[in-house]
Design a protein around this ligand. Structure first.
Ligand SMILES: Cc1cc2nc3c(=O)[nH]c(=O)nc-3n(C[C@H](O)[C@H](O)[C@H](O)COP(=O)(O)O)c2cc1C
Length: 171
């Protein structure tokens, strides 16, 4: 990891987090370099909680990646350049149950110090420790429009990850 990336502080992340997550999208990866899976996500947050820098990711029950997150103590969030949008589209429209995502050309796994998996092609990878999860409970919705997002009642489980390290691609 150190060969390709340098460690930066969360405060030094380049770019606007709304742009990064909502428009550029992120790749959630869980597992280890021998067995991992990843999916694209554009819903999530990054901020501060319990005196720690954290990310929150939201994963529906049917995602294959969720099985990996459940079994892993760590996960990663990777961000890519615009020219790699095709890869994010592929990982966001195909399930690892139908395609072995470990074989996708142009996505080279890199083992990180915690054992989590990042990608050599990413511009930024956040290495995260899973510290909390919960399921969205529709009885707590305060506006009607949110319920429409769940016609199949497949409420997201959210995971809070403590950002252990931020890895920025070396120039
Ligand atoms: C732009 C974009 C954003 C997405 N955001 C999320 C998300 O935040 N949470 C989620 O559960 N699925 C999200 N998805 C859907 C998953 O990426 C998609 O279902 C993927 O195929 C799951 O792969 P898996 O079954 O291998 O885990 C998104 C898809 C796209 C294209």
């Amino acid at each position: 990891m150190e060969k390709l990336f340098k460690k930066i502080k969360p405060e030094q992340i380049n770019g606007n987090i709304f742009e990064l997550i909502g428009r550029e999208w992120m790749l959630i990866t869980a597992g280890n370099t021998d067995h991992y899976n990843m999916m694209t996500a554009s819903w999530g947050t990054a901020g501060v909680l319990w005196r720690k820098p954290v990310v929150m990711i939201f994963v529906r029950p049917q995602r294959y990646t969720r099985e990996f997150i459940e079994k892993s103590a760590y996960f990663s969030i990777s961000f890519f350049e615009e020219r790699q949008r095709d890869l994010l589209n592929l990982c966001g429209t195909t399930s690892g149950r139908d395609l072995n995502k470990m074989n996708i050309e142009g996505m080279t796994p890199v083992g990180m110090p915690t054992g989590a998996v990042g990608f050599a092609e990413a511009k930024l990878v956040l290495e995260c420790r899973k510290i909390y999860f919960d399921d969205i409970d529709p009885s707590f919705f305060q506006t009607f429009d949110i319920e429409k997002i769940y016609p199949n009642n497949d409420y997201h489980r959210f995971y809070i990850g403590e950002i252990i390290d931020c890895w920025e691609k070396k120039l």
